[in-house]
Design a protein around this ligand. Structure first.
Ligand code: GLA
Length: 778
């Protein structure tokens, strides 16, 4: 075995070699190891054939492809697992077989034509290209491996080139295949639907095939492209795990197969379902980029790799590593019915509270008073906004707020001037009545003239006023897919061509408007992926703004994506999505772990909430850097493991912010250990509970237990008092060493449990929470 390809990141190694049959095989992916003098110890002993084996070649009667760890597999020569490539040659033959030709390594990396890809320079990235060839077909595959040592990330993509002189149809071309020698893992996915996105699910692998995919046309809330393999015994803080994601926003598929011999194969890439790409002679096809990481420091360690990678190699432009503004968005406050006066009344309150940017959501254009009309007509509704966008932006600026705008460019309503002028621009299948989603159709972005139209129309809107923020929405899944401009044999290219069209539009717009902060949104988090994050530094995580639900959604999202990418807002209580009442302080404590803002009618609030919000905004500003870009940890209460702790630690470990979340209160469970991690063992810290307030209203008649006055629990005086009087949560200030905080934690004050109240009792009921600031002492 002469060829060994050994890739190293700071803590991991990825090793390949060539089988005697000429196939590229995977020898190892795990903790970093020294260069191998000889790969014998990692080579599978193929001493005898296994039962029912198809021997690839007479000369090697003990090698069957089905039981080898391979790098990029095809169908037809004895490997019966899910393949990385499927094709049909011009003669109709579907057998394919790619063998190693050569490889080279160089500093830096190249981009991927028409697709977004991770950033990398000669200083921070190294690429290995391996060429595989199928001589019989006349096709080359180039496997790209871009190594990012600092974040323990290796990205992969593939280029297929048709050198045959005849047409070849690609029916599947995955971005990467990872074959592991064992199967002692759980496959972890992040699933959901509208308003409950990216909820974590884990299942122990056993023989069979598990598919995590989207056929919705977008990466989708059903199954995010980010997945993990966790070795048995892996926890948040310890253990071995692999993470895989895809820089892609369309149909994807993560296929995990465990074989009869307990090997594991993982594939990720464009979903083969509804996919067929015609490759003319001489043409190339590039897959999207897959992102791999490995950690032996548990799931928090895996997340740290990916957070650093996303912040530094996926998000780009002016907003890379730049603190995000605090926004006020009018959607949950007004929906479609607003006037300029109403918006300004909310804006004025927002400015007084220290909020930094006003986002005007849906309903500002055409005759859009509900969701049945006007998508496509991107001109301002002067009845609602007599000063136009320009005038409104000026008024916002005069209040001290920046101005942002909602758009949903990929869509058209049947009731719109755009549809009346171009009914054929909407996606429709021949001889069928097209199905609608939220009363709208999708524009056919496989067509260049439609993409060009969008780019120009939006450029006009974006430059028509002082707009510094765009929320780019996308509110339906695909149906009726077909494009009249594609020949029949290319209809299988539709989904991917749509994504390429969209990326083209986004590429031009983000180049033209480099200062605008784009937020991606698709009915909330229906397109939360690394592809969109290459253009839009943040994504509206979910339309569900219920703090309790958001804990699961944001925590699920945090496994693969950093805090700086998650849009999170405080909304009104009870929450529209759940009818749940949650204290304003908890709504803040949850939303603060994100790109933070408010989404409620600030002009309707009682004094209590206004004062609380003012302090929240100031607190967020003071800790924004460490929250958005610090090292994020998911932990559990040391005393009650059902309580969650979120923690962000600054790079120098001198500063941190933690939050403790309680779901339901229980007698006998009022103690808590604030057990942290990631702090400097040698430093001493001051831990200070955020000054939080309890609304007297929530206490009902118990108000008489905590105040030295006698009032009726549901009386008028109580109501008036609760609006103006702020009952502070008890002080909690501790001095403790990093060694104690990291290992054991500190004992917090006991929470209220009905037996008395004084300064050392913390009022903490259902859905209560508290933030803690940690500062290293000089
Ligand atoms: C989607 C978004 C919401 C809001 C509405 C407006 O549902 O996710 O945040 O912008 O559209 O119609």
């Amino acid at each position: 075995m002469s060829t060994i390809i050994h890739l190293n990141t700071r803590h991991t190694s990825y090793i390949m070699s060539v089988l005697p049959t000429g196939h590229l095989q995977n020898l190892y992916y795990g903790r970093r190891i020294r260069p191998l003098k000889d790969a014998a110890v990692l080579t599978q002993p193929n001493a005898v054939p296994y039962g029912s084996m198809v021997a690839y070649q007479k000369e090697y009667p003990t090698i069957g492809l089905d039981d080898q760890c391979l790098e990029y597999s095809a169908l037809g020569k004895g490997d019966y697992r899910e393949p990385a490539i499927e094709l049909t040659a011009a003669n109709g033959c579907m057998v394919a077989d790619f063998k190693y030709v050569c490889h080279k390594t160089y500093k830096g990396r190249r981009g991927i034509p028409k697709l977004p890809s991770a950033l990398g320079t000669e200083q921070n990235c190294e690429t290995t290209e391996v060429i595989l060839r199928d001589e019989a077909i006349g096709m080359d595959l180039t496997l790209f491996y871009c190594v990012y040592p600092e974040y323990d990330v290796i990205t992969r993509f593939v280029c297929a080139k048709n050198n045959s002189g005849q047409k070849i149809t690609l029916r599947r071309l995955m971005s990467a295949q990872l074959d592991l020698f064992d199967s002692n893992y759980s496959f972890v996915t992040f699933d959901g639907t509208w308003a409950s996105e990216r909820t974590m699910h884990s299942r122990r692998l056993c023989e069979g095939i598990f598919v995590n995919d989207s056929k919705l046309g977008v990466s989708s809330a059903r199954h995010n492209p980010f997945v993990m393999l966790t070795a048995d015994g892996c926890t948040e803080e310890t253990g071995r795990c692999y993470g895989m994601n895809l820089v892609y926003s369309g149909n994807h598929s993560e296929i995990c197969e465990v074989t009869f011999n307990h090997k594991t194969r993982l594939l990720t890439g464009i979903n083969p379902s509804s996919f067929a790409w015609l490759l003319a002679p001489g043409e190339e096809f590039y897959t999207p980029e897959a992102v791999f990481t490995y950690s032996e420091e548990g799931l928090n360690g895996l997340s740290h790799n990916l957070h650093g990678f996303v912040n530094n190699h996926i998000v780009r432009g002016e907003w890379q590593n730049r603190e995000r503004p605090i926004v006020i968005n009018n959607w949950e406050a007004t929906s479609f019915s607003f006037t300029q006066g109403k918006l300004l009344s909310i804006a004025k309150e927002a400015a007084d509270m220290g909020i930094e940017l006003f986002v005007l959501d849906d309903g500002w254009f055409g005759r859009r008073n509900d969701d049945t009309s006007s998508l496509g007509d991107w001109h301002v509704n002067e009845k609602k906004l007599p000063s136009g966008l320009k005038g409104l932006a000026e008024k916002m600026n005069a209040l001290g707020l920046d101005f942002g705008l909602w758009v949903e460019p990929e869509m058209v309503n049947e009731d719109s001037d755009l549809y009346r002028a171009h009914p054929d621009w909407a996606i429709k299948a021949p001889n069928r009545t097209p199905s609608e989603g939220r009363n709208q159709f999708i524009l056919d972005l496989t067509r260049k003239e439609i993409c060009d139209y969008l780019t120009e129309t939006l450029s006009k809107v974006f430059s028509s006023a002082n707009i510094t923020y765009i929320k780019w929405d996308m509110n339906r899944n695909f149906s009726d897919i077909y494009s009249p401009t594609l020949p029949p044999e290319r209809q299988g290219e539709f989904f991917h061509r749509y994504v390429l069209g969209l990326y083209g539009v986004l590429e031009t717009l983000t180049q033209r408007f480099p200062k605008i902060l784009f937020e991606s949104c698709a009915s909330g988090g229906n397109r939360f992926d690394l592809g969109m994050l290459c253009y839009m530094p943040q994504t509206w995580a979910s339309d569900n703004t219920d703090a309790q639900c958001r804990i699961a959604i944001q925590e699920g999202t945090s496994y693969g994506y950093p805090i700086s990418t998650m849009g999170a807002h405080v909304s009104a209580s009870p929450c529209f999505a759940t009818l749940r009442n949650t204290p304003i302080e908890t709504r803040f404590n949850v939303a603060a772990f994100g790109c933070f803002g408010y989404e409620l009618d600030l002009s309707k609030l009682f004094e209590f909430d206004k004062k609380a919000i003012k302090e929240q905004v100031a607190y967020y500003k003071a800790h924004r850097r460490v929250i958005q870009f610090g090292r994020f940890y998911r932990l559990r209460g040391g005393f009650n493991p059902d309580k969650r702790i979120w923690l962000c630690v600054s790079p120098d470990k001198r500063e941190a912010v933690a939050a403790l979340f309680q779901e339901t209160a229980a007698v006998g469970r009022g103690n808590e250990l604030l057990r942290l991690t990631g702090l400097d063992d040698h430093l001493d810290y001051t831990v200070t509970g955020r000054r939080q307030y309890v609304n007297l209203k929530t206490l009902g008649d118990l108000v008489n237990n905590v105040l030295p006055v006698e009032i009726r629990g549901d009386g008028v005086i109580h109501t008036v008092l609760s609006s103006h009087y702020m009952l502070a949560m008890c002080d909690e200030v501790f001095e403790a060493g990093g060694d104690l905080l990291n290992g054991y934690g500190i004992k917090l004050k006991h929470q209220f449990s009905g037996t008395g109240y004084n300064d050392n009792v913390k009022i903490f009921g259902d859905y209560s929470s508290r933030m803690y600031e940690l500062k290293a002492r000089e």
